[in-house]
Design a protein around this ligand. Structure first.
Ligand SMILES: [Zn+2]
Length: 506
């Protein structure tokens, strides 16, 4: 017989459970395991179970009570009359009595192992309370991307990391947790206390599965989706391929991060394989993919055997759209690299930053001059986004005169070392040129606008129409700068301290 409250019941077309009525083969169907109430509600006949060996159904409650009747003894297999006979049986006084008795005996208060059950429930409730606190601390740390572990896992140690540290902090205001830590902490491995990193890792894995299932469920509900994939080395440095799915929820696009693929490989085929494995493992249908977006790296965007081409072979409707913000940055980078004096200019900007930040005293001197005027401190050139060079040219344009004065002061300062004075003098010489002043003003104007456009392109709500409008507007702006050449020369000359030139120009 199948388990209590059953039941395996076979499908209506299988070989078992057959009965014969004339020439018609009849079977035990799943509908016999359900009852439709007078209000239309369908409830399970939990008392009915099916035996694979006899191919008959039995009443679990009546059989346990040693009742008479086929359902309690030899089983019932007349499928033609099953519906009416089962209804008749479940309305019978003896069946109702047996089901009630079974329910009473099943309740903990009537069982001989009542004490054990109560104890088990208490233990379950206790660890449930501990788990809730662990999950809260883990969520807190994970949301802020903070490290969990320290150099040891000893409670009350200063080096036990953020997880144990936070648990100890909570315990100061939570008597339950304080008592738990007092009773279970520092008992060594093998003693369950939910305070070890292994518990953390297990809970994180459970939470990850829960979150991923939730997102995948939403993607399936929305049906159509697009994928965004990008890779970057982490601190290890292991190349991490990041996967984001984009779908619509209540007419709003949503883009949750879903997975890191460790060491997915560098070729387009490797990365496409990783993506397909993830998609298939989560039961998502690639046929519903309507878009793919990657940066312009050759292994992603290339036409042959590259990631986008491989995915398009599987589903031609997965249209490839290169990352617009990345394309824009490539345009800027290419424009700069095509002009050697501009490449030298940006080299100078980085050199200036390095000079000020390589010595704390020099940085302090420059801050004393620049900060009181509310000016920004010199910044390094951005490695990740070309448009973020705006962060370096803006402070330079605003504090040009002050930085010149600081360099002049250092080059004349006899308390500074010779090589430092020499570098300061050389940097001063470059900054004092009209070209440098001009490039600073000119590139700051371009980069400021480029950077704002780049940020807008990365906005959550930016659609294709907005992106096109933003790029057209930027193009018009850059073209318009040609008419402002004289203005840039004059402002550059003023900033570089070449006042004669600026007066002549005017
Ligand atoms: Zn019964």
């Amino acid at each position: 017989m199948g388990g209590p409250f059953v039941a395996s019941v076979r499908s209506a077309t299988g070989p078992q459970g057959e009965g014969h009525s004339g020439t018609v083969n009849r079977f035990c169907t799943k509908s016999f395991l359900e009852r439709t109430l007078s209000n239309g509600e369908i409830v399970s006949r939990s008392w009915l179970c099916y035996s694979l060996s006899t191919c008959h159904v039995y009443c679990f409650a009546c059989k346990l009570s040693n009742s008479t009747g086929n359902l309690a003894t030899v089983g019932y297999g007349d499928w033609k009359h099953a519906r009416s006979n089962l209804e008749q049986h479940e309305r019978s006084t003896s069946h109702c009595w047996n089901v009630t008795q079974l329910a009473k005996r099943a309740s903990a208060s009537c069982r001989i192992d009542e004490t054990m059950i109560r104890h088990a429930n208490e233990v379950e409730s206790y660890w449930c309370q501990v788990s809730k606190r662990c999950v809260s601390v883990i969520s807190f740390l994970a949301e802020r991307v903070l490290a969990f572990r320290g150099t040891d896992e000893i409670v009350s140690s200063r080096n036990n990391g953020n997880y144990l540290g936070l648990m100890e902090l909570l315990a100061q205001y939570d008597s339950f947790l304080a008592q738990h830590i007092q009773q279970h902490a520092n008992k060594g491995t093998g003693h369950t206390n939910y305070l070890f990193s292994t518990t953390c890792e297990e809970l994180i894995a459970i939470m990850e599965t829960h979150v991923l299932d939730n997102i995948v469920g939403r993607v399936k509900e929305a049906k159509y989706f697009s994928v965004t994939v990008d890779s970057t080395p982490d601190a290890s440095p292991v190349d991490q391929l990041t996967c984001v799915l984009r779908y619509m929820k209540n007419e709003t696009p949503v883009e949750p991060f879903v997975h890191f693929f460790d060491n997915a490989g560098h070729t387009g085929q490797d990365q496409a394989n990783s993506l397909m494995r993830f998609i298939e493992a989560n039961g998502i249908d690639i046929a519903n993919c309507r878009g793919q977006s990657y940066d312009n790296a050759a292994n992603m965007s290339g036409k042959y055997r590259r990631m986008q081409a491989i995915i398009q072979q599987i589903n031609p409707l997965a249209v490839y759209v290169p990352c617009t913000a990345h394309s824009l940055n490539l345009v800027g980078q290419a424009a700069v690299s095509s002009c050697r004096p501009v490449v030298s200019y940006f080299g100078f900007v980085q050199e200036l930053y390095n000079f000020f930040t390589s010595s704390t005293s020099r940085f302090d001197i420059s801050m004393d001059r620049i900060n009181p005027k509310g000016l920004r401190v010199p910044k390094s050139l951005s490695d990740t986004r070309w448009s973020a060079h705006a962060g370096a040219t803006k402070p330079l344009r605003e504090g040009y005169t002050e930085i010149l004065d600081v360099l002049d002061g250092i080059s004349e300062d006899e308390n500074q070392k010779g090589d430092r004075r020499n570098t300061a003098s050389s940097l001063y010489g470059v900054m004092n040129k009209i070209e440098t002043g001009f490039y600073t003003v000119f590139w700051d104007s371009i980069l400021d606008r480029f950077n704002r456009t780049s940020k807008s392109l990365q906005g959550n709500n930016t659609d294709l129409n907005t992106a096109v409008a933003l790029l057209k507007s930027l193009s018009t702006f850059v073209h318009g700068l040609r008419d402002r050449f004289e203005d840039f020369v004059v402002e550059g000359a003023i900033r570089a301290g070449c006042n004669d030139f600026s007066r002549k120009s005017r």
